[in-house]
Design a protein around this ligand. Structure first.
Ligand code: A2P
Length: 348
């Protein structure tokens, strides 16, 4: 990585945006300049970058001239509006929102799983949903080895997945309840403190939530295999950071729990943390700030011939968002793909 880039973080004041700045700094990303953008509300605010601070500017359509790479985490509407202008200015976008994920023009990438999909990108690359990322990191090696036919996943997702406002809502509600006040619900439809909401994102016509269908559709796109059947139930739990997932898979060929442990212990981005006798299993409280996707509770599903159960935990703000986006940027650089070949694709 010899070339130094001008890099922009869009949504720099948010929970993920801040983690993106931290990740760029901590991984020593080769940037000659790092710029921070957010809404007009944040004009002039400062955000940390290593031991320095960067001044935040209002995002406008013309800020991308001279920017090589922009990492967006400012919601779908902002991304839909501004990413095409970035690409038009010759700036490659890595976008953390759901806006472009299922767009056929945009690769949907988890570098450990399908980095090759970056080849031939058209200027906007999508970062998958946080729950999808950690699941595919753990399941791709198994799919390659014994072909997964069906995935049944239930998630236990942290409030940071909703951004800064989710974190603040849980904090405030816990305070209110300990002080005998009625907790106010602003971000979620019901109290999240000491509660579980089987509801993430909006409900769709099929009675699944959008979050659940993201897991279904994104997994198929990333695996490039429509034969993999996925069904999901997504729940929000009163945890600040790290999503947990109970995952059941049915495979074409048999894989024992022992074989799965060996395979996953060699898989990129995975850490097997699995020894029931020693009470070793991944938990959100212990995975915060970690880069790896943790897998434990690996056992054979005794109700079918070829099935496995496992428990997958990762830091949703890190591997589920900021780290994955920065890893995509690193991979683009490694493959000499930080360029937009046709600047008008997304403006048409
Ligand atoms: P701001 O702080 O100025 O509202 P989170 O997901 O943690 O809520 O963060 C969302 C991020 O997206 C924040 O940095 C927020 O900036 C930014 N954002 C929201 N709306 C816009 C917009 N219209 N233009 C630019 N940035 C936006």
């Amino acid at each position: 990585m010899s070339k130094k880039l001008t890099v922009a973080v869009v949504g720099a004041t948010g929970a993920v945006g801040r983690e993106m700045l931290k990740t760029l700094h901590d991984r020593n990303f080769p940037a000659s300049q790092v710029l921070a953008f957010a809404s007009a509300r944040s004009e002039g605010a400062k955000v940390p970058f290593g031991d320095k601070e960067i001044v935040v500017h209002e995002l406008k359509e013309d800020v991308f001239n001279g920017v090589d790479l922009a990492i967006f985490s400012a919601g779908g509407a902002t991304s839909l509006k501004f990413s095409p202008h970035a690409a038009h200015a010759g700036c490659v976008v890595v976008d953390n929102s759901a806006a472009w994920r299922m767009d056929e023009r945009c690769p949907l990438v988890v570098p450990e799983v399908n980095a090759h999909a970056l080849e031939g990108h058209k200027g906007i690359i999508a970062n998958p949903n946080c729950s999808t990322i950690q699941m595919v990191v753990a399941l791709k090696p198994i799919h390659d080895a014994v072909t997964i036919k069906r995935i049944v996943v239930s998630t236990y997702q942290a409030v940071s997945g909703t951004g800064q406002k989710g974190i603040m809502e849980l904090e405030q509600q816990v305070r209110d309840m300990f002080n005998g006040r009625d907790p106010e619900c602003k971000t979620y439809p019901y109290r999240i403190a000491f509660n579980i909401l089987p509801h993430i994102d909006i409900f769709l016509d099929n009675d699944y939530t959008k979050e659940e269908m993201k897991m279904v559709n994104e997994t198929v796109k990333i695996f490039e295999d429509p034969s993999v059947k996925v069904t999901a139930t997504c729940a929000r739990v009163p945890v600040f950071y790290c999503h947990s997932e109970s995952v059941n898979i049915e495979t074409e060929k048999k894989m024992t729990a022992k074989e799965a442990r060996i395979l996953l212990s060699q898989a990129p981005g995975v850490r097997v943390f699995d020894n029931p006798r020693e009470l070793m299993y991944p938990m959100p409280g212990y995975c915060v700030g970690e880069d790896a996707t943790f897998v434990g509770r690996i056992r054979e599903d005794e109700s079918i011939d070829n099935g496995l159960n496992m428990w997958i935990v990762a830091d949703n703000v890190r591997k589920g968002a900021a780290l994955n986006a920065v890893q995509i940027a690193e991979e683009l650089l490694k493959r000499d793909l930080v360029r937009v070949t046709d600047r008008n694709v997304f403006l048409q």
